[in-house]
Structures are given as structure tokens and as C-alpha cells.
Design a protein around this ligand. Sequence first.
Ligand SMILES: [Zn+2]
Length: 123
Amino acid sequence: MPGGEIGRQATLLRTLSHPGRLGIVAVLGRGEACVCHLAAALGRSQPYVSQQLAILRAAGFITSRREGTFTYYALRDYAVLGIVDLADRLAGNPPLSRGQPAAVSGCECPACRLAPVEGHRAQ
Ligand SMILES: [Zn+2]
């Protein structure tokens, strides 16, 4: 029976081993975000993002909190970014940006109304 420590490792890595979920983890690595923000940032529908968030939450990767009409999702433990960074390195990808959350065009969440628009930041 597959169990024990290796079984838990495999379950954890299997949950992350998905393009949509890796994308969500990468965006949340820059700070908490609502579903509409994640959907706009990833170019996916909100139902798709909600489905992947549910899987990540069930696996214990993320937490959520409500504020007004928005629900914000955040990484429960930012240590997960170490796995993402390592996977990027092994894949030869450039390192992820770790700046402040940037506004995503098409997103109307409070964070986007306050943040500078990505790519249009004053140098
Ligand atoms: Zn937003």
C-alpha cells in the first residue's frame, strides 16, 4: 500500500504537477489575490480557477479570507515557492518575479485599482 512519507510526498507533488495550479501558486507568491485577479492574470475563466483553488486548498496549500464581496486566497506556507523555483531552475526557466503584486488589465479587484499596471511602471 502506498503510504507513509513517500506517499505524502507523491500526493503533494501530484497536486502541484498541473499547469493551472502552478500558475496560481506563482501568482499567489506575490501576495494574496481574489479569483477574478487570478483569472485575469492567468487568462483563464473564473470557474476554472475556482476549481483549481479548491484542489489546492484541499491539499493544504492555500488559505482564504473574506473581505466585503471579495474572497482573497493566499499561500498557507510560502515554502512551496521553493519547489516552484527549483522546478523552474531544473526546467531552465527564468526565475519568477517576486515583486509586489502588479495590476492585471481587465481585473477590477481592489489590489488592481491601487497597484501600478505591469509593464507601465515608472523606472
Ligand atoms: Zn486584480
